[in-house]
Design a protein around this ligand. Structure first.
Ligand code: ADP
Length: 459
């Protein structure tokens, strides 16, 4: 077949139909005789050619249709089977060019979406986009975690259906109704985040408006503020008793003079004990404030130290107390157990644990102190034969001013800060402190520190 003006082939069934028409004309013009037979034969052949050719065309269209369907389904590399003719070749080239353009556009769109996704997951703010009816359009991972949203099955659903947080829902309603940005602090229940600072920004245009919620988890901040407020209240309460004593007894002494030496000695004794208490309290408070500083370990010296020297130093400081209570301290620390530590701080932590063990255990019992290497950590354990501590107290035991028996602690000269100091000293060394009350009785406190010191940011 000859190519027509625009380069495509003349359609074969048209040629065949034309042939049939010519044959029938000959037949009619020639009248009766051998000519009609020839004309009818030619016409039949031409119609057969036309029918076959049309069928082939239809198959080609079907092939093209299914190819486009495959490309539409994402099979970007699909192409027409080779048939060798010029038309198919041109079609193949055209499709290939469209495929390349489509693939490039898709890659660009994917890149943009990846960039956006990276950006959204890098920021520590939770983002939730809601439409005008408060249906969830999208949320980033942080928001999913804060609100406990499950995977992506929340998309398109009403916020009220997906989360049961009345304060947040009320805020979203107000923010969606307002044309102005607004902020508030809301409280959540049953999720990791308890307090959220929420900002609502109206979304105009896209999809009939809506609101974008930006969520900041301020739970830790609020807890810290509470801890600090409690601490300040506790400090003033603890300081008030000895100061009131000192003030009262000094005033009485001024009033009564020195006529009654017996009474004067008694009053001076009370003043002395109150002064000691005041000074221990202030020392503990100052030490905690020092340990609480940001990046405190950058202000401290750490050196590779044999732990038995640190432990023996602490034991020496409580030897009089142990003698007074007829208690025995047994030490089991290998000479070759070393760690990178600030020895005076670590010695203070061990001293706190030892003096607690001596204070809270019955007279005549034994306190055992040991050092071990466990999973690359140097571990110091202080075990006593005392009454142990009820399980309910264990989670809060290392908090400042937490006491199991406040009266007993004060009577024994405790400030309620000893274990908080132990915990902070362990943290300054990149380690941790823990407590365990075994069924066999007594209490075991442990300090675990990595053998090489680690910088802990934020401490
Ligand atoms: P305190 O100055 O009151 O001893 P700590 O912070 O050292 O403060 O200890 C907190 C509380 O933990 C104590 O008041 C005491 O009730 C309890 N405790 C600490 N060590 C022991 C121990 N070895 N045996 C029993 N109770 C203990």
């Amino acid at each position: 077949m000859a190519p027509n003006a625009d380069g495509m082939h003349l359609r074969p069934y048209r040629v065949a139909a034309a042939l049939a028409f010519v044959a029938l004309t000959i037949c009619l013009l020639a009248g009766i005789g051998p000519a009609p037979l020839l004309g009818i034969g030619m016409a039949a052949t031409a119609l057969a050619i036309a029918w076959i050719t049309r069928r082939m065309e239809r198959e080609r269209v079907m092939t093209l249709y299914s190819l486009l369907a495959r490309i539409g389904d994402g099979e970007l590399g699909a192409s027409l089977p080779d048939s060798g003719d010029e038309g198919t070749l041109r079609l193949q080239r055209g499709i290939a060019r469209a495929q390349r353009g489509y693939a490039e556009a898709l890659a660009r769109a994917e890149m943009k979406s990846d960039d956006l996704q990276t950006l959204l997951s890098a920021i520590q703010t939770g983002l939730v986009a809601l439409d005008g009816q408060l249906r969830l359009r999208s949320a980033n991972e942080i928001a999913e975690r804060m609100l406990g949203l499950q995977s992506t099955d929340y998309r398109g659903r009403l916020l009220a259906e997906v989360i049961r947080q009345p304060e947040l829902l009320a805020f979203a309603e107000r923010a969606a109704a307002s044309a102005q940005p607004m902020t508030a602090e809301v409280h959540l229940t049953g999720t990791g985040a308890e307090s959220l600072l929420v900002a609502g920004e109206p979304l105009s245009g896209v999809g009939g408006g809506g609101v974008l919620l930006a969520l900041d988890d301020v739970t830790r901040l609020r807890r810290l503020e509470n801890v600090r407020a409690d601490f300040a209240a506790n400090v003033s309460h603890e300081l008030r008793t000895p100061i009131t004593n000192i003030k009262g007894y000094v005033e009485t002494l001024i009033d009564i003079g020195a006529d009654d030496p017996e009474q004067v000695r008694h009053f001076l004794g009370v003043i002395h004990r109150s002064t000691l208490r005041l000074s221990t309290l202030i020392e503990d408070i100052l030490l905690l404030a020092f340990l609480d500083q940001p990046r405190v370990n950058t202000h401290l010296d750490f050196s590779q130290t044999p732990l038995h020297t640190v432990i023996e130093d602490a034991c020496a400081q409580v030897s009089l107390m142990a003698q007074a209570r007829r208690m025995n301290i047994s030490i089991r620390v290998p000479e070759d157990l070393f760690a990178t530590v600030n020895s005076s701080l670590l010695s203070q932590a061990v001293l706190n644990l030892l003096s607690n063990a001596l204070k809270y255990s019955p007279e005549g019992t034994t306190v055992e102190i040991s050092g071990d290497l466990t999973n690359g950590f140097a571990e110091i354990s202080v075990r006593d034969e005392g009454p142990g501590i009820d399980e309910e107290h264990l989670p809060r035991l290392f908090e400042r001013f937490y006491r199991v028996d406040a009266a007993r602690s004060r009577e024994a000269g405790g400030t309620g800060l000893g274990l908080a100091i132990v915990k902070h000293i362990a943290m300054v060394h990149g380690g941790s402190a823990s407590v365990d009350c075994p069924r066999t009785g007594g209490t075991v406190f442990k300090i675990r520190i990595p053998r090489g010191v680690r910088r802990i940011d934020g401490i």
